[in-house]
Design a protein around this ligand. Structure first.
Ligand SMILES: Cc1ncc(COP(=O)(O)O)c(C=O)c1O
Length: 391
């Protein structure tokens, strides 16, 4: 007899009681959960009973991942979102209303700037861009209507390090909240909430998952006012999928090891590049000449992260020759993979800026950004040398 309800919908007749538990968490690849009766549905949806009804509101794999990240940050609350941008948008939607003002760092990820300056402008929010390393400029930009100050722990692509504790004091002094995009650092290097930030968000797509196989983000924050964040995530549909969350929970298990190794490799690569005549400038907070070296040493726990940039003396033509010849290093406009990858900011992440805007940020045709992986340092140096030989 075909087409019975129980044949069409594959599901267990009853939840199976098992004498043993799986060592790793199962994937709850379910959009919806079956409720026993209306009273139970009411209790679950109203929050009177813990449990799951609809995956956009909550699902076990995203909750498990959020719990892992919450612990890593020592946060009171955490929620996983469908991407880093969804996490950033969730904070904005939870905190802002028409008439509000936001101060954003001028070296923020490009889409973050688009979100605040173009998208939120349509909803009546105004934005001022400032150099987040210039505390006096940040304080001057904060006004009576400023609700958020938004910065990145380590900026892209010139890896400047911002002073989170000082920025938190400046934001709070002006009645605003500090939001930190901690994607480049991850909680393995920096825990911005402990330094006074009100929200931290990360693109889990990068080093936190570490395997370039999911798009995800996370918001961590304080218990006070958190209901709005949770509600915004479910209402705008910023929620994450169970399978992606499961993958990222697995990736995060090795975050500390990967961050340690990638930081050591990046320092070795930066030192190698700094000694090469083909490189006009090398940007890495672990190098003595970096303007934020002392702050980075304090704020990043003695490591300096996996991101570095360098500018080839031969300009754009040299960059193209390098990228073609360093063929063991994939050219990927992302970061945080297991393996070393490179990007060319002028033609990828910063292509939307005018040449003058790029020049003001120090981004040139010869600038290359490296996301250093967990191979051996020797292998990375060898691959870089192969590229430099062609320059
Ligand atoms: C620093 C930074 N923040 C946020 C994002 C956005 O993350 P996602 O791509 O997961 O939306 C990115 C993406 O490249 C990024 O580099």
């Amino acid at each position: 007899m075909p087409d019975r309800i129980e044949d069409i919908c594959p599901r267990p007749d009853e939840p199976r009681a098992m004498p043993t538990e799986p060592l790793c968490s199962p994937i709850y690849q379910a959009a919806v959960y079956r409720c026993a009766d209306p009273e139970q549905a009411d209790r679950l949806l109203g929050g009177a009973q813990e449990g799951y009804v609809y995956s956009r509101d909550r699902n076990p794999n995203s909750d498990l991942l959020a719990e892992k990240v919450r612990n890593l940050h020592g946060a009171e609350r955490a929620v996983v979102c469908a991407s880093g941008m969804a996490a950033c948008a969730a904070i904005a939607a939870a905190e802002l209303a028409a008439g509000d003002h936001v101060v954003v760092g001028d070296q923020m990820y490009g889409r973050t700037l688009v979100l605040f300056e173009k998208e939120l402008a349509r909803w009546g929010v105004t934005t001022t861009r400032v150099d987040a390393c210039d505390l006096a400029a940040v304080s001057r930009a904060i006004g009576a209507k400023t609700k958020l100050v938004v910065v990145e722990t380590i900026t892209n692509p010139l890896v400047r390090v911002v002073d989170i504790a000082a920025l938190a004091a400046a934001a709070h002094g002006g009645g605003a909240k500090l939001v930190v995009d901690n994607t480049f650092a991850s909680p393995a290097l920096c825990r911005p909430l402990e330094l006074g930030a009100d929200y931290v968000f990360e693109s889990l797509t990068k080093i936190m998952n570490g395997h370039s196989d999911v798009l995800l983000g996370v918001v961590c924050g304080r218990a006070a006012g958190w209901e709005r964040v949770a509600s915004v995530v479910a209402t705008y549909g910023f929620s994450a999928a169970p399978f992606d969350s499961w993958l990222a929970a697995r990736g995060i298990g090795t975050l500390a090891l990967r961050a340690e190794r990638a930081s050591a490799n990046a320092l070795a690569a930066a030192k190698f590049l700094a000694a090469r005549p083909e490189c006009a400038r090398v940007y890495y907070p672990g190098l003595p000449e970096h303007p934020d070296r002392a702050l980075a040493a304090k704020q990043l726990g003695g490591r300096f992260g996996s991101m570095l940039s360098f500018t080839l003396a031969g300009g754009r033509a040299a960059a193209e020759r390098f990228i073609g010849a360093a063929e063991r290093i994939p050219f990927c406009p992302s970061l945080g993979d297991l393996s070393t990858t490179l990007s060319h900011p002028e033609s990828t992440s910063h292509r939307g800026l005018t040449p003058a805007e790029r020049a003001a940020l120090g981004i040139e045709g010869g600038t290359i950004r490296l996301s250093v992986g967990i191979e051996s340092a020797e292998a990375i140096v060898e691959a870089l040398e192969q590229g430099l030989k062609a320059v």
